[in-house]
Design a protein around this ligand. Structure first.
Ligand SMILES: [Zn+2]
Ligand SMILES: [Zn+2]
Length: 264
């Protein structure tokens, strides 16, 4: 398979997942939308389009060359640990998910990174659209971070894309405004991040916002003591202190460089 085929495979999963979760949250919504849903969709689609266009450059010049070097020359820690493809696939998956846990945590603890990640949290609601709400600066910086992880651990192109496809579906799922039965959500949350679990991370309350960093496996929050359950009251208010920025495209893009607006 060529790089183009694999990349378009990821895009196909992204589009199908987005449509699926959009339909599901239309049929089984959990919270009422305060802002016009289609206005939100238009904002998030524009955000995603800008990101997709700009991201072609770091993917083409940083991520893909790293993946090709690793895949062809078999360098990296995991190649020296196992020669079985399936074992390496599982280990790569775990390593990437652990690395993403820490990346997300750094995005909250480092003031420079937080200015970019803030744009994801400025949303006062949470639905499948929020899953594409990432500042281009955060995405570019994460490309460098991921490339370093790929290089150190020796993660192949196929292994990386497999993880990314599951990650995209997981992010769409846990941001979606779907009402799951509480026992189903509770059982799932023992293993993977669910909509209720990720709501903890989107509350205005800093206690639960600066916790619950997992992207796929919830075990990382348990291991690194960052699981905090929000109260029902805290769940009612999502976002950050700033309630004006939410759907302003230029202001969101400019935010990390804007010294006049606080990132609280
Ligand atoms: Zn976050
Ligand atoms: Zn989120």
């Amino acid at each position: 398979m060529t790089i183009e085929t694999l990349s378009s495979l990821k895009l196909s999963f992204f589009i199908l997942g987005f449509i699926l979760f959009f339909i599901l949250e239309t049929i089984y919504p959990n919270r009422q939308w305060d802002t016009n849903r289609y206005k939100r969709l238009a904002f998030h689609t524009t955000f995603a389009l800008i990101n997709t266009i700009i991201m072609r450059l770091p993917v083409l010049f940083v991520l893909m060359p790293t993946l090709l070097i690793v895949s062809e020359s078999h360098i990296g820690l995991l190649y020296s640990i196992t020669e079985y493809d399936i074992v390496k696939l599982i280990l790569s998956f775990i390593v990437l998910d652990l690395a993403l846990y820490w990346w997300h945590r750094f995005n909250h603890t480092n003031q420079f990174l937080w200015k970019f990640h803030f744009v994801h949290h400025v949303d006062t609601h949470m639905d499948v659209g929020t899953s594409v709400r990432f500042h281009i600066g955060e995405l570019i910086l994460s490309t460098f971070y991921k490339s370093i992880i790929i290089f150190i651990f020796g993660i192949s192109l196929a292994e990386f894309l497999f993880y990314e496809i599951i990650l995209v579906l997981s992010i769409q799922f846990h941001h979606s405004n779907i009402k799951l039965k509480s026992n189903v959500d509770e059982s799932l949350a023992k293993i993977i991040v669910t909509p209720r679990y990720h709501t903890n991370h989107h509350t205005r309350s800093r206690q639960s916002r600066e916790a619950n960093y997992a992207s796929i496996f919830t075990v990382w929050d348990k291991i690194f003591s960052s699981y905090v359950e929000a109260t029902d009251e805290e769940r009612l208010i999502m976002g950050v202190e700033n309630r004006q920025l939410e759907l302003k495209l230029v202001d969101n893009l400019y935010h990390p460089f804007n010294k006049k607006v606080d990132s609280d």
